[in-house]
Design a protein around this ligand. Structure first.
Ligand SMILES: Cc1cc2nc3c(=O)[nH]c(=O)nc-3n(C[C@H](O)[C@H](O)[C@H](O)COP(=O)(O)OP(=O)(O)OC[C@H]3O[C@@H](n4cnc5c(N)ncnc54)[C@H](O)[C@@H]3O)c2cc1C
Length: 457
């Protein structure tokens, strides 16, 4: 990375490309952090806001030529520090916010990177369609950020994560070239899957400027079933029964006992006891009712209670608030999005509180249990250095556990800054070499989001 004085000399050229109103200097504080918490704050000489893909390409070209780091930024809702800059220039996509084309009858949309997730959802809904990936913080997160993290969410259980919905990507790659891979076509096996490679690359291979996305008809009806179980092992047995029975759930979310007790206040479906499993059924009116009935059957065994909240949307709003309610218990938390194979989920859930106990912390889990994806969490007082250090040590054990169970240290948030370099705990040397070779091929000077996902060379 080059010294800031060099980046500073770049600024007149950047102003020439995007106009002085769109080069923010000094970099406003909100562009130097994201939703990770933990006091993470980066630094950058400036924030640049291109208004078109061509401007974005010109900005990257000038930065690349000068050797300045480029941090692509979406809505800053990431929780792995991926958008926290390490010097250089933040390229924010806020102004790349046009829907270039929407063909409801063909179930597809072509949107720029800065369109928010919520706006895309609303646009699709107004025409009876749905864009299924539904990470929380939808009013804040952007389509570019969703692609860059390959975001999931509750409905990934039935509908899959973001990658499944992308048919094409427009991006700026080194040293400032605008490429298009894929497009409106629903199938394309002509080249290597570069679009797939950019999805999930966390801004380390290029700046995504637009995407072609598939949509599906929105379900006519949605039903929720809320089942409480004495233990998380009972809830895991219920999840396995749902899958084994062929009952098609669109989402299977879980709060273990401490998460339900400490973060479950105000549940719209009535009082909670033990561990909560939320199962959603969707489809046409007839299909959704049949799926709900199948879920009710599969969930009944061993349950303390089984209820059908009558306002699923209210339950999902409540679910969105679980994370912040848990943060409020002690003022802070350290949460990591491990994922494990479903048949090991029960072991993971049982072990998180034990890890917490070993470090003097409350450990709990909530998350997208149908995908084996947990937000394993340690509650802490952020002002207490000892507790922060204990949580860091607990986190090391948590990652070791995920790997030992055949899982991953990140099911949906990415490695970002906070897990940078930890891929080596999970992959063997040959796979890591291939990973590094891709980075070198697409970003030979290592200027795209340095220090994220991969350690800085
Ligand atoms: C309350 C809450 C709930 C959440 N729930 C979920 C959930 O259920 N599932 C889930 O998957 N995530 C969830 N998240 C995490 C986050 O919302 C998602 O990862 C989201 O997709 C990030 O989008 P963003 O635009 O905010 O990206 P940012 O935070 O701005 O950036 C994230 C990463 O993407 C890169 N990036 C951003 N835009 C671009 C671009 N245009 N080109 C290249 N790289 C880019 C950045 O460099 C960074 O590495 C949640 C976050 C919060 C705060």
């Amino acid at each position: 990375m080059v010294p800031d004085s060099t980046t500073d000399r770049l600024l007149p050229a950047l102003v020439e490309i995007v106009g002085s109103d769109n080069v923010l200097r000094p970099a406003p504080a909100q562009y130097l952090t994201d939703e990770t918490g933990r006091g993470l704050r980066g630094d950058a000489s400036a924030v640049v806001l291109p208004g078109t893909a061509d401007q974005a390409a010109a900005v990257v070209a000038r930065c690349y030529d000068a050797g300045a780091a480029i941090t692509p930024r979406g809505g800053g809702s990431g929780v792995a520090g991926g958008a926290v800059p390490a010097g250089g220039v933040v390229v924010a996509c806020d102004r790349l916010d046009r829907i270039r084309n929407f063909d409801p009858l063909l179930w597809r949309i072509h949107a720029e990177a800065g369109v928010t997730t919520a706006r895309l959802h609303r646009t699709a809904r107004e025409s009876g369609l749905m864009f299924p990936p539904d990470p929380g913080a939808a009013e804040q997160s952007q389509i570019g950020g969703n692609l860059a993290t390959n975001a999931g969410g509750p409905h990934a259980f039935r509908y899959g994560v973001t990658r499944r919905w992308v048919t094409g990507v427009e991006a700026v790659i080194a040293p400032g070239r605008l490429i298009t891979v894929g497009g409106a076509t629903r199938k394309d096996t002509a080249g290597y899957d570069l679009a797939g490679l950019l999805v999930g690359s966390e801004g380390t291979l290029g700046l995504i400027t637009a995407a072609w996305l598939r949509l599906v008809p929105a379900p006519e009806a949605v039903h929720l079933v809320a089942a409480c179980y004495p233990t998380s092992a009972d809830a895991c047995a219920a999840i396995e029964r749902v899958l084994g029975s062929g009952a098609e759930a669109s989402a299977l979310e879980l709060l273990d006992e401490p998460a339900a007790r400490l973060g479950g206040g105000g549940f719209p479906g009535g009082p909670l006891a033990g561990c909560l499993l939320l199962a959603e059924a969707d489809g046409s009116t007839v299909e959704a009712a049949a799926r709900r009935d199948a879920l009710l059957d599969a969930l009944a065994t061993g349950a303390l209670s089984v209820a059908q909240p009558d306002d699923p949307a209210a339950v999902w709003r409540w679910r969105d608030g679980v994370s912040s309610r848990l943060s409020a218990v002690r003022g802070g938390k350290l949460s990591e999005d491990i994922a494990v194979p479903l048949d090991r989920l029960s072991e993971a859930l049982a072990e998180v509180p034990r890890i917490g106990e070993r470090h003097g912390l409350t450990g709990l889990s909530f998350g997208h249990a149908g995908d084996g994806n947990l937000h394993a969490t340690f509650l802490l007082d952020p002002a207490d250095d000892g507790e922060r250090a204990a949580a860091d040590a607990a986190r090391d054990e948590l990652f070791a556990l995920a790997i030992e169970l055949g899982g991953t240290i990140s099911g949906e948030h990415g490695l970002g800054l906070v897990k940078s370099g930890r891929l080596q705990d999970q992959w063997g040397p040959a796979a890591l070499d291939a990973h590094a070779a891709i980075k070198r091929a697409l970003d030979p000077r290592g200027l795209f989001n340095p220090g994220k996902k991969l350690p800085t060379r």
